[in-house]
Design a protein around this ligand. Structure first.
Ligand code: ARG
Length: 462
């Protein structure tokens, strides 16, 4: 509610208290996650300012060092829980400036030269996203690995393959689990594409249109470990929100994969199927029914998948109506972006040990094989003996009684072509997963080395 009597002094002017609360929104809480990125971005910016041509240099190298030391101290303080963003700050950017000015006086007031909060928040979000996406990829690789290991250990365990959820053809536990590992690898390619788009530095765009001083945007990009600066300063600002929607789109695909995995497991752990048994720690009880073992984790995986999609939809709809150049709407993309990342990562982390601990009931799986499941195999056996397929099809349809006593294991052993139950290359899947994990290790090492160089201390700050 606005009130004429209630004015609040902020770093950038006096504002009505109600307007301040409405416009700052949840930034005072959410921006705490951006503190490290904000300090690192500022360190690169002042390093660059100190290397500008002498005639327009606003900071000396010694002053830049002082600022960086204060930024490192601030990161340490935040780690110890001694950093707060106040409503008068509005957001992390002005909270950091307030802290620097309190400590360094006039020097603190110089750090915002040639910069706007618009390019500052854009770089913060990209630095934050870079670390988060490496986390996503690492956790995705761990889950894919758990699925592929599970698949390999149960490669020859027969499981009815279903279409329309009806029994269809002989299949294996290995085929089922390996399919999800491969789906996650496809999703990793999307996450990686988003990672590369994100890996461009927007700093120097300032409000949206650059500045009339010769700043070095390439240097700032290099100092922060980005692959390159965003080419056009207006695009650097316009890509905020759009980029988050691309990232959330990739995460939506990851969650789509694991939601279907969860749905399979909800079904196949039902007593009526009993194919799989959830690890003890992942079964939840009921407050009234003493016997219950519920798959709450799997159910919440499904709902979290819906929520990540909702996060992407929210961001898309926010960006859709924003004109070019900075608009405050973009601030509201922050919450769904952070939430979507957090939900995806938590989901990947909880599923990996669930898969590793999943029990397999071979008897229940075998009981799923009604004779009809072998109908197509039998028809193709007749084809191999020279009968045209359609004739074989009708023959089997009219003689379903001939399908007694078929052996599921033998049926599996005959499916040897590429990608079929007996033709799966688990080692190849494992190698593709390892390549994702290696990429995460390399990218993270390179990123952290750049930040350590910039700050002259280890990164993450100890
Ligand atoms: N907290 C703001 C955001 O997230 C920072 C940028 C504010 N810029 C402005 N022109 N009001 O978008």
């Amino acid at each position: 509610m606005t009130s004429q009597n209630s004015k609040r002094k902020t770093t950038v002017g006096v504002v009505d208290a109600g307007v301040l609360a409405y416009t700052a929104g949840r930034d005072v809480e959410l921006d705490r996650a951006l503190l490290e990125a904000d300090c690192v971005g500022t360190a690169a910016h002042v390093t660059m300012l100190a290397r500008m041509p002498k005639e327009c240099r606003v900071l000396s190298p010694a002053e830049a060092h002082k600022v960086i030391a204060a930024l490192v101290a601030l990161v340490r303080r935040a780690k110890a829980g001694n950093f707060a963003i106040t409503l008068a700050d509005q957001d992390v950017h002005l909270a950091v400036e307030r802290n620097l000015t309190a400590k360094l006086g006039d020097l603190g007031k110089k750090v915002h030269t040639c910069r706007s909060r618009n390019d500052q928040v854009a770089v913060d979000l990209r630095l934050f996203a870079k670390e988060e996406l490496l986390g996503v990829l690492g956790e995705l690789a761990a889950l894919a690995d758990a699925l592929n290991d599970f698949a390999r250990s149960h490669a020859a365990v027969p499981m009815v393959g279903r279409t329309h959820l009806q029994p269809a053809m002989p299949s294996s536990v290995g085929l089922w689990a390996n399919a999800y590992a491969e789906s996650l690898l496809d999703d990793a390619a999307l996450v990686l594409a988003a990672f590369h788009l994100n890996d461009q530095c927007p700093l120097g765009a300032a409000a949206s249109y650059g500045v009339p001083l010769p700043i070095d945007r390439q240097l700032v990009s290099d100092l922060l470990g980005f692959s390159r600066p965003v080419g056009n300063v207006l695009h650097a600002i316009n890509s905020r929100g759009k980029l988050e929607s691309v990232i959330l789109g990739a995460l939506t695909q990851v969650m789509l994969t694991v939601s279907r995995l969860a749905q399979d497991l909800v079904l196949f752990t039902m007593p009526e199927f009993g194919y799989f048994v959830l690890p003890e720690a992942f079964s939840t009880g009921s407050s009234i029914m003493p016997q219950k073992k519920n798959p709450d984790v799997l159910e919440l995986v499904r709902s979290r998948a819906a929520r990540v999609t909702a996060c992407q939809t929210a961001v898309l709809d926010i960006v859709r109506s924003a004109a070019s150049g900075y608009n405050r709407d973009l601030q509201d993309a922050k919450e769904p972006f952070m939430e979507g990342l957090a939900m995806t990562r938590a989901t990947l982390r909880i599923l990996a040990p669930l898969i590793t601990g999943l029990g397999v009931n071979r008897e229940a799986l075998r009981e799923g094989f009604s004779p009809e499941v072998f109908a197509t195999d039998r028809a193709l056996e007749l084809v191999a003996g020279g009968m045209p397929f359609r004739d074989a099809y009708h023959h089997v349809k009219e003689h379903l009684d001939e399908l007694q006593n078929m052996d599921p294991a033998a049926a599996l052993a005959r499916k040897t072509h590429l990608g079929a139950p007996a033709g799966l290359d688990f080692a190849a899947t494992a190698a593709r997963i390892a390549a994702v994990a290696d990429l995460v290790t390399d990218e993270r090492a390179e990123f952290h080395a750049a930040l350590a160089d910039l700050l002259g201390t280890q990164w993450p700050v100890g």
